[in-house]
Every structure is written in structure tokens, then in C-alpha cells.
Design a protein around this ligand. Sequence first.
Ligand code: LLP
Length: 425
Amino acid sequence: PAGTTERTRGEPAVGGVPLTEVASRFGTPVYVLDEQEVRNRCRTYRLAFPDADVRYAAKAFLCRAMAHWVAEEGLGMDVCSAGELEVAVAAGVPPERIVLHGNAKSPADLDAALRLGVGRIVIDSPSEIARLAAAVGPEGRQKVMVRVVPGVGAGGHEKIRTGTDDQKFGLSLTDGHAQHAVARILDQPRLTLTGLHCHLGSQITTVKPYLAAVRRMVGLMARIREQHGLVLPELDLGGGHGIAYRPGEAALDVTALARRVRAELAGSCAAAGLPVPRLIIEPGRAIAGPAGVVLYRVLAVKRTAGTVFVAVDGGMSDNPRPALYGARYAPRLVGRAGAADPALMTVVGRHCEAGDVLAPDVVLPGDVHPGDLLAVPVAGAYHLSMASGYNMVGRPPVVAVHEGRARLLVRRESLDDIRGRDVGL
Ligand code: LLP
């Protein structure tokens, strides 16, 4: 991952730019994004899945540059709002390669999708079918997929598991809702059903759940053919590919995933007498996460009876993941070598609550002091995209680093931005 081993002029660096340089030029907190790492990760997917459509899940991280890189590398995109869609299209992602998701798509989301001509809209609930057909209009036609709950639970935390019947997304495979939705879509002349979709969860580190999902989904495809005489040409297995946040942690092996999914799909389809559908995958975290590093300045160090608290100038507003999911990170000191023995500390943010803990029980040099710079690797996914306006501290900027150069992609949210939105009295 970016920010873990690379050095430039003897200093920890990303994309050939020392992290201290980024911090002094752009201030802290700052998200640093390694363009080459993003591109390499896209290429890994394209190589592993040469005959599949890879659609980057924009919810992990999106700005125009990111959309541009991903599109240049031949990926499409998964969006779940008019906002994500507009940014993707503005950056040049071909609308035909975009898929729109969402369990509660607003009229504005559907309007934007139809106006811009997205390739697929994924139906998530029965009421959406007639609503979408009406929005398409008498002359139009829209390709759709059905989001199926395959009954396969997986993922790094309860809040990001979506493959089982006890959560809000999709239509159940076990109770017949998915099949019912398929029948209703086939009754709509303005909608063309191209296939089925499922998303098991996020931060999944083993291949097995995907294989179980393939078997279930092919089983449903076989039943649809029996019932309607229809062979669906596409199968979207969603994203969820897990990454390592700390040294020694396991990540999902994308090449093994590709090989084993392909084999399972071929076997299941052969057994069902179905042709092999075109595969679609939607990785988000695995493309953006390891390409990002966030830099913080230490503002205070407090030695209490139980713990050493290292307080930095960011926190749960720029990274809510530890508070939401108990996510763990491995921050490290950059810009100087520690002069004291490493000790156990807790890195906390600047926000007004005790739960604003960025990294509990991490080892840092014992002489960490205000003014030091901390780098937290693997900060490229679900950090800025989930950042909040809590305590009006302003969202951090995004700086791209590439071949020894740093450039601003997203500027820091300023006090003027915050004041500007406050229009009443
Ligand atoms: N496709 C669909 C339909 C999804 O809902 C998601 C993620 C993805 C693809 C991409 O999943 P990925 O490859 O990034 O795991 N905020 C949480 C993660 C939520 C994921 C939501 N859906 C976190 O920070 O861990």
C-alpha cells in the first residue's frame, strides 16, 4: 500500500513525493492519493478478469481525476446517486459503462440516470419497477438487472454484510421475491432485463462466499429459464474484496478469486445446461483503499494513568470507520526517527466525544510530541467519501502524487464554504 515502504531522498514517500513535503505544502489533515497505485490496481483487475466488466464502486472514493484514471484503465463505474453519476460522466466515464444502484433511488437519481443514459439500473425493490418504467417514457427502453439477496453472509463487520435476508438491500432468493420481480419486469415493455446482481458484503477476505453466491445465482438463472424460457446474459457479483489495513493482515487474492469464480461459474452453468453469462464485478475498496494515505499533525500528547493519548488535527469527521466498524489502522511517525523506545499509545481525534478514537493501542516512538507528523496508510476508501461536517472543522483536501509531483485534486473545505451554506438568520 501507498505510504508503507517507498522512500524518496531518504524519507517516507508516496508517488516519489516525501510525505513531509505534502504536509508542509498542503497542510494537514490531508489525504494523499497515489495515482500509479490506483492505475496498477485497475490493471490487476483487468488482467485477472479479462472477459468480465469491472465497474469501480464510486462510493469508496470519487472525484473527477479518480473517475478519469479508472475510465482510462478500461473500467466502468458503479454509482448510487445522481451526484456520483454526474461526477463520473463529467470526468468522461462512458454512461453505457455505468450501473446505478440504490435501495431508495430518488426521482432525481432516476432522472439523471435516464437523461445521461446509464448502461444498467439495478432494481432493488418491487415498487421501483413500475416507477422506473413510467419514468422511461413510451419511446424509451432501459436495461435493468435485479438485485438478489443470495442468502450468503460475508463481510468484515455486521454493518457491511448485505448478502442475507435480514437487511434492507435486494430481493430475496429464498422466499421467491426475486423471481416475482423478474416476472414483473418481463411484463414491462420499456425495461430490458439483462441479468442478476448480488453484493454479499464488504471487506471479504476469502473466495468461498463468492463461490457459494455463484451457485445460488446460477440456480436462480436456471429457474428463470424454466419459468420464462429466458436465458439471462449477465451476472453481476458485486464488490466487497477485502484489503489489508495493517501489516500481516490478509487481503482477498484477486487472481485466485477470478480463477475460482470462473471455474465455479463454468461448472454450475454446465450442470444447469446454461451458457456462461458475462461476469460483472464492482470492487471499490480494493482499488482506492491501499492507494491512499492520510497525514495528521500531532496537536497534544496526554499521559494518563492508563493510556498515552496522541491527539491529532483530524478524527472521526475525516475517518468515521473506527467509530462505526471498530476498524483498525497502523499509524506511523514520519519526518523524523523516534528517539525513545516504542510504546503503546492511542491515537485520538480532535472531536468532542470520547468515541473519537482513530487507532487504539498502537505502537509509536515514546517521544511522540506535538508538531510530529503521523501517516495512516490504507486511507483511500470510505474516508473522504464518508467524511462529515462534524464540529465544522472542514473536510481535508485530496492531493494526487505521481512521478515525483504533487497536485491538488480536491481543495480543503474552508470556513468560507461553511459560512456560504448558512443562508438564513
Ligand atoms: N457494489 C455494491 C452494490 C455495493 O453496495 C458496494 C459497497 C460495492 C459494490 C463495493 O464494495 P467494496 O468493494 O468497496 O467493498 N463504508 C463501509 C463499506 C460499505 C460498502 C457499501 N457497499 C466501510 O468503510 O467499510
